[in-house]
Design a binder for this molecule. Structure first.
Ligand code: NAD
Length: 345
């Protein structure tokens, strides 16, 4: 069995999780890190036993032994150029969402991967959450029948709104609802979205960051199914990066009502009062076990590269998600529905 050498660019919140999963996986021969924050680089390299660590990501591109690179950088303007460079250096690539900021960036990444026969996938982590996978399973095995409608309502802590708004002016559609749009589009395959309507509310975050607090999105599919996603990042603190979501999936033969509210563990201390631990979207390591979907997603990528297996999230699907979220932003600006496909974006 061939073991692979993995590079990670950006070892912030998410890159550190990915690095730690790679460091302990038996199919990973060596780990190579690139991070511009030297203190962070030193700490994560020490904790993961990385073979090399650099502040210049181009060093990873020059290392011939590296098979695959995970791009976990911010701001999101780095996603397209860094991933393009990885593919040009003939590395398989795993890119955090969003896939790019313009559809033509996504098109170029897909073309480069296709031409060089490289694997390319995007971090739609919630597909690896068993609750979400169960919806897909019940659709595939006929339990639910034909989809009628779906709703995902998600709110996350203001800490996320400040973190994202502080670095880049991207909307809740592009940065947060993107996970839920991906999930529902995946469930509804092979139907395709044809129309998007969205409204956004500006009350809290606008002053500091110029971004909305929440955004509601209604999507119509080519088979007549309609789904709604609501995404907001204005909740008061409940835990660092708390996320609460409700899913309602209604079909002709049944319905699934899913509670992903993360209100099942309450920690109450004299110092901090009540908080809701283990309530982030990617999850976290708890001693010897990982809680949440990001470990499984990272392992899926490692195995897909090492064992030449197909990836669950295709770049074509990630591009479709981008198209819907970009259309949502256009719609919110115009207060009018936007038809798909989008031209010239
Ligand atoms: N899948 C999920 O559930 C999920 C959750 C949160 C964030 N994300 C995505 O993951 C990405 C990372 O988010 P985060 O919260 O970890 O961000 P972060 O800001 O905590 O980390 C990003 C890191 O990239 C580093 N960086 C920036 N420029 C670099 C360069 N030129 N070379 C090397 N390193 C560089 C920064 O120093 C920082 O440490 C974002 O694009 C975000 O959209 C995904």
């Amino acid at each position: 069995m061939r073991r692979i050498n993995v590079g990670i660019i950006g070892t912030g919140w998410i890159g550190e999780i990915r690095a730690k999963v790679c460091a302990t996986h038996p199919l990973v021969e060596s780990l190579h890190l690139a991070e511009v924050d030297e203190a962070k680089l030193k700490r994560v390299a020490g904790e993961t036993g990385a073979r090399t660590a650099t502040t210049d990501y181009r060093e990873l591109l020059r290392r011939r032994e590296i098979d695959a690179i995970i791009v976990s950088t911010t701001p999101e303007t780095t996603h397209y150029p860094f991933t393009r460079d990885c593919l040009l250096a003939r590395k398989h690539a795993f890119l955090e969402k969003p896939m790019g900021l313009k559809l033509k960036e996504a098109d170029e990444l897909m073309k480069l991967a296709r031409e060089a026969n490289l694997k390319l996938t995007i971090g739609y982590t919630q597909r690896f959450n068993p609750k979400y996978a169960y919806v897909k399973k019940c659709l595939e095995d006929g339990t639910l029948g034909r989809p009628v409608t779906a709703l995902v309502s998600r709110n996350v802590s203001r800490s996320i709104g400040h973190k994202i708004g502080g670095r880049v002016r991207l909307s809740p559609a592009v940065m947060e609802a993107t996970h839920d749009v991906d999930f529902i589009l995946w469930c509804l395959l092979p139907a395709r979205p044809v129309r998007v309507y969205s409204e956004a509310v500006f009350r809290i975050m606008e002053h500091e960051h110029g971004v909305p607090d929440c955004q509601w999105i209604v999507v119509t599919m080519d088979d007549g199914t309609v789904f709604t996603i609501g995404a907001g990042w204005a909740l008061p603190p409940g835990y660092p990066h708390f996320s609460v979501a409700t899913i309602e999936f209604v079909a002709t033969e049944g319905a699934l009502l899913i509670d992903d509210s993360h209100r099942d563990i309450v920690l109450n201390t004299m110092k901090k009062g009540m908080v809701l631990p283990l309530s982030t979207m990617p999850g976290e390591q708890v001693r010897h076990v990982y809680q949440g979907p990001m470990e499984a997603e990272t392992i899926h990528f490692i195995e897909a590269v090492a064992l030449d297996r197909p990836l669950l999230v295709t770049p074509e699907q990630a591009r479709q998600v981008m198209e819907v979220t970009l259309a949502a932003d256009l719609s919110a600006e115009r207060h009018a529905p936007v038809g798909l496909p989008l031209d010239g974006v």
